[in-house]
Design a protein around this ligand. Structure first.
Ligand code: B12
Ligand code: SF4
Ligand code: SF4
Length: 407
């Protein structure tokens, strides 16, 4: 997933080297592999900072096309992300690590239960940033103690292209859906990186094993792939439900279905998942409360209840209002008239983001006449974007009208 904050930890080991532990580079690499596995990492690979120049070029093209949408943090200092040596001139080796978070059921099953919300697999347990970063720090400290050289650790939030680096380190390849696919773990690896000032022997890069398959392209509900290996994040449900701060564009509302936080479709459909195994880290395992929460319950969350339900979960990052916006889109798509009362109640919410989504949700669940009877409420609405939602919902051709308003 994505994140904009600083994710750098500088760790430096003692300069004193114990001759007893002075290891050859290949012995050091083998020892690191053992330590990593003991710490709970499922995959480890080694590469060099010059390994991803091609990816850097594609990244700059992606920014040029505007594919990053409002993720300004992704576009900030692009030269640092495109080339690890610009981020840190002292880097000599990059150690890429993966943690398997394979689900114990089919993540697509929940999509048919439309009165329940689908939270993507990665967000049903504790926040992986916290879980993985702690381990990366322990491993990096271990390395720094042995070598005396400086190290830095990154997971997700820093200017690091984790997927191309993981491919260069042999952990997997970037599939046509742009995520890293592993022959051992399928689509379900979280990634993290250690940059080290020590020279270490690099691994061979993994080759592309997508072949003629295009299952991930075909299943995408919002046609977010303009071409294989290229994602337009602005169309991706993960971006729309997590990164996007404003109203969800009308064009995508129906395709979102009951996905209330992220999306797993392109990952789940990959044939390489036949080799996947359920993750072994309990902290990342799905909490029962987050596997298929009822939309009716979620719609009633106030700020305190939202924070309590999503303690330590990545979902907490988007805040209650954005989350309820997503829940309302799912309510509008549920076809469940018993949820209309929840949408109606949220017409009076303090947040304009929530009120606007409530207007749309209600318009999807009650008859045109019943909705038109509420028209007088539109006049009292102080917020311009919510007024637009009312106008779109009351027009004879709501989606057409909404497209004109957005255009
Ligand atoms: C920004 C971001 C997002 C954005 C944009 C996603 C994207 N694909 O770029 C959004 C919000 C949409 C997102 C969604 C998700 N994310 Co995210 N995200 C990131 C983040 C922070 C940066 C990724 C990035 O640099 N994007 C910019 C693009 C240009 O880079 P790229 O994806 O590598 O693109 C390459 C290809 O397009 C290729 N390419 C381009 N043109 C061409 C042409 C040809 C011919 C070829 C061969 C290649 C090629 O070159 C580009 C550069 O390598 C990373 C963490 C990190 N620091 O790396 C996590 C990360 C990628 N996300 C992750 C996850 C889990 C997800 C989701 C699955 C979450 C969910 N369930 O909802 C979805 C998946 C959506 C998808 N299909 O990608 C994991 C992926 C783990 C893995 N095994 O790959 C990461 C690595 C986080 C982590 N630390 O584990 N994410
Ligand atoms: S995560 Fe969902 S919306 Fe995004 S590219 Fe994959 S299938 Fe499409
Ligand atoms: S679904 Fe097919 S095309 Fe997509 S990443 Fe997996 S193997 Fe590659």
């Amino acid at each position: 997933m994505a994140g904009g904050g600083a994710g750098v930890a500088h760790l430096c080991g003692p300069r004193l080297l114990n001759p007893a532990v002075r290891l050859s580079p290949s012995d050091l690499k083998a020892a690191l592999q053992r330590e990593a596995r003991a710490l709970g990492f499922d995959a480890i690979g080694f590469t060099a900072p010059d390994a991803t120049s091609e990816a850097g070029k594609y990244f700059l093209e992606f920014l040029g096309s505007g594919g990053h949408g409002d993720m300004d943090w992704l576009a900030a200092n692009p030269e640092r992300r495109a080339d690890p040596r610009v981020l840190w001139g002292g880097v000599r080796s990059i150690i890429m690590l993966g943690v398997n978070y394979g689900p114990d059921d089919d993540p697509l099953d929940i999509l048919a239960r439309r009165s329940h919300g689908a939270i993507s697999v990665y967000a049903q347990g504790d926040d992986y940033h916290d879980v993985i970063k702690k381990r990366l720090k322990v491993l990096a400290r271990w390395l720094a103690t042995i070598t005396g050289d400086e190290v830095k650790v990154f997971v997700d939030t820093a200017a690091v292209m984790e997927k191309p680096l993981a491919q260069a380190a042999g952990i997997g390849w970037q599939g046509k859906h742009t995520n890293l696919v592993s022959r051992e773990f399928g689509s379900w690896l979280f990634l993290g990186a250690i940059y080290s000032a020590t020279e270490l022997p690099r691994d061979d890069a993994e080759a592309d094993h997508c072949g003629s398959c295009r299952a991930c392209q075909d299943i995408c509900p919002t046609a977010a792939f303009p071409a294989p290996y290229k994602l337009d994040a602005r169309r991706c449900i993960s971006y729309l439900t997590i990164e996007n701060k404003g109203p969800i564009p009308h064009e995508f509302r129906k395709s979102i279905g009951n996905r209330i936080y992220g999306c797993d479709d392109c990952l789940a459909v990959c044939p390489w998942n036949k080799f996947a195994q359920a993750g072994r880290e309990q902290k990342l395992a799905a909490r029962d409360t987050l596997r298929a929460p009822a939309l009716a319950d979620l719609a009633r969350l106030d700020d305190a209840a939202f924070r309590a339900l999503f303690t330590k979960s990545p979902v907490k990052r988007i805040g209650r209002d954005r989350f309820i916006r997503n829940v309302l889109i799912a309510i509008g798509n549920s076809g469940d008239a018993s949820l209309a009362g929840e949408a109606r109640r949220l017409l009076d919410d303090a947040s304009p983001l929530v009120r606007g989504a409530a207007v749309w949700a209600l318009s999807q669940l009650i008859t045109r006449d019943a909705f038109a009877a509420l028209a007088s409420r539109a006049g009292g609405e102080p917020d311009v974007t919510v007024q637009q939602e009312w106008r779109a919902a009351l027009s004879p051709h709501p989606e057409e009208r909404a497209a004109r308003l957005e255009g």
